[in-house]
Design a protein around this ligand. Structure first.
Ligand code: ZN
Length: 103
């Protein structure tokens, strides 16, 4: 049982909750990697002779890029989730039409 965060009604037990994404934003990810996470996990670390410690191999290297970041999401009842999805579809369709008319 949970409370729908969109319509505030209590959803009976057994009803599947749906996570809906309310707000997203474009995000540009910088490059990262080089073993940051491995090092945090206390992964293997070679003892080098040099003064500098080299991070672990570049297996987790991520050159970054662009993506969408979820800013806010909510637990919704199936009905709200459906409404929300329909709204998104309409918006997407509106954008598509707008893009088509723009020359
Ligand atoms: Zn709801």
């Amino acid at each position: 049982m949970f409370r729908c965060q969109l319509c505030q009604s209590v959803v009976p037990a057994g009803t599947r909750s749906t996570k809906v994404i309310l707000v997203t934003r474009e995000k540009t990810y910088g490059e990262r990697g080089g073993g940051g996470r491995d090092a945090a996990r206390g992964g293997f670390r070679k003892r080098g002779g040099g003064g500098r410690r080299n991070a672990s191999p570049k297996k987790n290297y991520d050159k970054g890029g662009q993506g969408t970041e979820i800013v806010r999401e909510a637990m919704a009842c199936p009905r709200c989730a459906e409404d929300h999805q329909r709204k998104l579809d309409q918006e997407a369709a509106a954008v598509a039409i707008a893009n088509e008319t723009v020359e």
